[in-house]
Design a protein around this ligand. Structure first.
Ligand code: CO8
Length: 260
């Protein structure tokens, strides 16, 4: 599929998805969702990409939501299918065996906030705003927001945001644990790339297994999650990288991981 609404670049094991509809504040229409799915498919297959960044083009928005013109024409039947399709795409992104970092550079509203929530780490610029304003339109979050936000910041905080539809600034998002860090706008990209570089410098198989344990563990119960963790711990114990990492520590030198 020809990508028209998103940019996808790969450089040195780092993939970058940039939503590129700045005239409508990067609103997610169906075509954009199809393109995200295409890129997610590629990310699932490409073992050379170890970390992914998601951001929005233009100085104003990460993503201002699903395209409201498309929601206007939905009815009971296709509304459910529309939500399920978005959920599936975001679930696949969240389920990648590589860390996904949201660089939130402006409005992250509705489906845009839900996309940020599907990422594993969220870093915001000072001019980012977050919210799930769907109730103001007479609908509810449908791309996983009711579930992911509640799990991230607790049901009470999530209920206040979802039921009021209020929009909060980056500092408030930081205070309630919706983002990890807030940075000056012009430092965001560099800081996120630096974070990605740090992750890329760690044992690549360990990083893959760790994100898998975090995400798939959180999709199951606590005891099953521990079982997943133990199995993956056993798995990494069988790698050359584990031998190299532990030996390098004992020999007081930096490790040289081979992704084996
Ligand atoms: N959809 C479509 N167009 C949009 C959207 C959007 N979500 N957001 C902004 N735009 C368009 C505007 O219509 C405008 O277009 P035009 O220039 O042609 O008039 C352009 O982007 C610029 O926007 P504004 O002029 O409004 O810019 P402002 O700086 O004045 O305001 C805001 C910025 C506050 C972000 C404002 O644009 C806004 O409130 N946008 C809508 C935010 C919103 O309600 N988002 C949630 C949408 S609902 C949703 O995401 C549901 C997801 C789950 C779906 C589940 C499946 C059913």
């Amino acid at each position: 599929m020809k990508l028209e609404n998103i940019l996808f670049e790969v450089k040195d094991n780092l993939g970058k998805i940039s939503i590129n509809r700045p005239k409508v504040l990067n609103a997610l229409n169906s075509k954009t969702m199809d393109e995200i799915e295409t890129v997610v498919e590629q990310l699932e297959k490409d073992a050379n990409i170890h970390v992914v960044i998601v951001t929005g083009i233009g100085g104003k928005a990460f993503i201002a939501g699903a395209d409201i013109a498309e929601i206007e024409v939905l009815d009971r039947q296709n509304g459910k299918a529309f939500a399920q399709r978005g959920q599936e795409i975001f679930n696949r992104l969240a389920g990648l065996d590589k860390p996904v970092i949201a660089a939130v550079n402006g409005y992250a509203l509705g489906g845009g906030c839900e996309l940020a929530l599907a990422c594993h780490i969220r870093i915001a610029s000072e001019n980012a705003y977050f919210g799930l304003p769907e109730v103001k339109l007479g609908v509810i979050p449908g791309y996983g927001g009711t579930q992911r936000l509640s799990r991230l910041i607790g049901t009470s905080m999530a209920a206040e945001l979802i039921l009021t539809g209020n929009i909060i600034d980056a500092e408030e998002a930081l205070r309630i644990g919706l983002v990890n860090r807030v940075l000056p706008h012009n430092e965001l990209n560099l800081a996120v790339e630096k974070l990605a570089d740090t992750i890329l410098s760690r044992g690549p198989i360990a990083v893959k297994r760790a994100i898998y344990a975090i995400i798939y563990g959180s999709r199951t119960g606590f005891i099953n999650g521990l079982e997943i963790e133990a199995s993956l711990f056993g798995d990494v114990c069988g790698t050359d990288d584990k031998n190299e990492g532990t030996r390098a520590f004992l020999e007081k030198r930096p490790p040289v991981f081979q992704n084996k």
